[in-house]
Design a protein around this ligand. Structure first.
Ligand SMILES: Cc1cc2nc3c(=O)[nH]c(=O)nc-3n(C[C@H](O)[C@H](O)[C@H](O)COP(=O)(O)OP(=O)(O)OC[C@H]3O[C@@H](n4cnc5c(N)ncnc54)[C@H](O)[C@@H]3O)c2cc1C
Length: 87
């Protein structure tokens, strides 16, 4: 019998978030990354990011608004403080 596995390519911010959400929906997920964990060759390199709702394109604002409770959910799942809002 063959098991169905969803494959996510790349564990930058987008790939990691996709894999997390697929796994939360009960899917089997394999993530393929060409470099080592926390490598510096992608756009997600570094320890900090600015989180904002102000974008020229309202679709990005909607996505940021949609993501805020997901950040809180990820914090609850991981037990780590990930997003500090400072005003
Ligand atoms: C300097 C900088 C500062 C930024 N600051 C902010 C900020 O303050 N706030 C904000 O919201 N956004 C910011 N961004 C944008 C944001 O960080 C990126 O949009 C986001 O991290 C991109 O994530 P990603 O997963 O799409 O890409 P990446 O992080 O680049 O991840 C892609 C991954 O896929 C892997 N990969 C690619 N091809 C293959 C392959 N064929 N096989 C296996 N693995 C593969 C790569 O190795 C990489 O790990 C910043 C970006 C940069 C560059």
């Amino acid at each position: 019998m063959t098991e169905r596995v969803d494959v996510v390519v790349g564990t930058g911010g987008m790939g990691a978030a996709t894999a997390w959400q697929l796994a939360k929906r009960g899917r089997s997920v394999a993530v393929l990354e060409q470099f080592e964990h926390l490598h510096r060759w992608g756009s997600s390199h570094g320890q900090t990011r600015i989180f904002r709702f102000a974008y020229r394109d309202p679709r990005y604002t909607e996505l940021a608004q949609y993501s805020l409770p997901l950040w809180r959910e990820l914090e609850a799942d991981s037990g780590a403080v990930l997003l500090e809002q400072n005003g």
